[in-house]
Design a protein around this ligand. Sequence first.
Ligand code: BGC
Length: 245
Amino acid sequence: MRLLGIDIGGSGIKGAPVCLESGKLETERFRIATPQPATPGKVIKTAAEIVRHFDLEGPVGFGFPAVIKNGTVRTAANIDSSWIGVNAAERLAEATGRPVVLVNDADAAGIAEMHYGSGRGRDGVVVIATLGTGIGTSLFVDGKLVPSTEFGHIEMKGRVAEKYAADSVRNEKRLGWREWGGRVNEYLCKLNELIRPDLIIVGGGASNKYEKFSPCFTVDTEVVPARLRNQAGIIGAALAAQTAA
Ligand code: BGC
């Protein structure tokens, strides 16, 4: 079975058809920069453009960078605040003419890593942290997702953790890999103190460069890179769409 997965991010909206047997993208992903300001109307129009780009019928899965409850957006850290209260699942279904499944973007990445990637077959407490524009997290207990954990918003040094250790902070402050890796390590140590996971999977855009910053890690639990790297969000969204197929 092939389904379309789309990852709506703070800086880019990316999609591709995914083979659900192998968990692999079937074609190159198609990316359009997230329109700014990232208001509902503009983002939904862009997401629908990505759906039309691919000649693939069936339901579409979307990962979205906010807390989602019953299709409705509940938070807006890296998107326009006018999203709060919008039933994004309904609006995306209207704009695309498809059944839509909408999940948090980090939960999507986690679903993919647990199914096809670094978390496959792992019981116990597993947390996936995606380092990108913000920090997203997804938590699994014996393979079952505990949705919307939002551990990117724990407090660190008087601010939310993602304003200290996200990949966007590395770019904005022009931090070297070692300095930024130190910040990520502090973040992972804090996560470890809070939830004592058996495994931490580091994903998001920065996971493509994992080898450059992971030597800074001293956290006292197993830490591995996301095997699906920054494609996990697309793959997990497609997998989530299966529930509507
Ligand atoms: C949002 C999360 C999202 C993460 C990564 C955070 O700012 O609150 O919902 O998963 O960014 O996009």
